[in-house]
Ligand binder design. Structure first.
Ligand SMILES: [Zn+2]
Length: 434
């Protein structure tokens, strides 16, 4: 007797797409049966030709609570996540106050999140100057790894590491087999924008700054033996160093984001700073090369870097506006729109947005439709289209660069551990191996 059976002609399993009946018991996938199998179950859902995907695992989400809950919060962010087919988020250690750089700060974050999460939630710690002795205790409390910056982060309470401090943090992290996730831009190659336009902002943060920082991180990973993950690669100039490092056996992985894969510098409307993020959205030729890097596996995964703020911080001046793109609810449809146009299939998207990020963040039982895994499932109509209205999204402030765009693909139902996400906050904390 099962609690739930979800049938589809198009179930995305680790072996590819096939017809199946996914049988769920006590929140886990118990078995995959033939599509037409007669099964004893409390509930039986037949999606027919709609896709059944593993719930997305978004390892790059800035929830900002406590401290900047007017920017975002656990309730609104996780509601947006579920509506977008994301069943697990990993919260960034900034821009909450306090940032998650000590166990006390982690406790403050857990208190803020308790009872509010609509999807399962894990946490990154932060590596900042002077907190190296807090890294192991945070690791033991179950954070998934540590984020650091090499250039200013945008908020004072989360300063960057100098190269010697990064080396020290990585040596410490290597000692307990942890992971460092890095915002890679070399401050020596960044400048203040010369003026308020998008062109001037883009020129102030060149691809060479990303490449230089990625090369530093790779060197430090080789010296210290620490595993590293490069966050939000926006410049294709990073692909060469990443590929060479992998070939040498350096333990480095990398992500990119929906906005770098779907938007281009050429189309940013002047003054529309909903498009502003760091590193920046670059030109169309660069975007094509990012797709190529993703297809070849040089880039492992696609995660949102959902980094919202209040609308008033998005002033129409690219030098002064807050940098961050809000897109948690739209990542799947944005990526699917562009991926399907380029000839990729749902299996690629499931790998990039669910299986690989779960593996990189070390989250067990997530990221696959397979017996033993949590029954985090998404019914997805790949052919539906919808016009994005920022005001209709669940994240707190109605700002997104996708406003007014038509995207392909619609999430119809999101199941978290075998139950549809329905307004009751049933998300749990994913700490350690639990
Ligand atoms: Zn971020």
């Amino acid at each position: 007797m099962f609690d739930l059976v979800v049938r589809s002609r198009r179930v995305l399993t680790p072996e590819g797409e096939r017809p199946a009946a996914v049988a769920v018991r006590e929140g886990r996938i118990a078995a995959l049966h033939p599509y037409e199998a007669l099964l004893e179950t409390a509930e039986d859902v037949d999606l027919r030709a709609l896709l059944l995907l593993p719930g997305l695992v978004d390892t790059h989400v800035h929830v900002n609570e406590p401290g900047r809950a007017h920017w975002e919060g656990f309730a609104s962010a996780t509601r947006a996540a579920a509506a977008g087919g994301v069943t697990t988020i990993v919260d960034m250690p900034l821009n909450s106050v306090p940032p998650t750089v000590t166990c006390d700060a982690l406790d403050a974050k857990l208190r803020a999140a308790e009872g509010r999460c609509h999807v399962d939630t894990a946490f990154w710690g932060g590596a900042v100057p002077g907190n190296v002795e807090h890294l192991r205790p945070l690791h033991e409390r179950g954070v998934r790894g540590f984020k650091c910056f090499l250039s200013p982060s945008g908020v004072e309470e989360f300063p960057p590491l100098r190269p010697d401090e990064a080396r020290r943090a990585m040596a410490e992290i290597a000692g307990f087999g942890g992971l460092l996730v890095v915002h890679a831009e070399d401050p020596a190659l960044l400048a203040e924008p010369a003026g308020p336009t998008y062109r001037e902002f883009l020129e102030s943060r060149p691809g060479a700054a990303e490449r230089s920082a990625v090369e530093l991180v790779i060197r430090l990973a080789e010296e210290t033996g620490a595993r590293v993950h490069v966050l939000h690669v926006s410049s294709a100039a990073c692909l060469g160093p990443l590929e060479e490092a992998r070939a040498r056996g350096v333990p480095v992985t990398a992500e990119t984001c929906p906005h770098y894969l779907t938007l281009t510098a050429e189309e940013v409307p002047e003054g529309d700073t909903s498009f502003k993020c760091c590193p920046p959205i670059r030109d169309e030729a660069n975007r094509d090369r990012l797709w190529d890097g993703l297809a070849r596996g040089v880039l492992d995964c696609v995660v949102s870097d959902h980094s919202p703020s209040t609308a008033d911080l998005k002033v129409p001046d690219f030098a002064a506006a807050w940098g961050g793109v809000a897109s948690l609810q739209l990542g799947l449809s944005a990526v699917w729109t562009e991926a399907s146009r380029r000839g990729y299939g749902p299996a690629d998207v499931a790998r990039w947005m669910s299986t690989r990020p779960a593996a990189i963040a070390g989250i067990p039982r997530k990221g696959a439709v397979e017996p033993g895994y949590d029954a985090d499932l998404v019914a997805f109509d790949p052919d539906a289209t919808a016009l994005v209205d920022a005001r209709a999204l669940h994240h707190r402030n109605p700002v997104t660069p996708y406003h007014g765009r038509t995207l392909r693909g619609a999430v119809l139902t999101t199941w978290l551990r075998g139950r549809p996400v329905d307004g009751e906050p049933r998300g749990t904390f994913l700490l350690g191996e639990k």
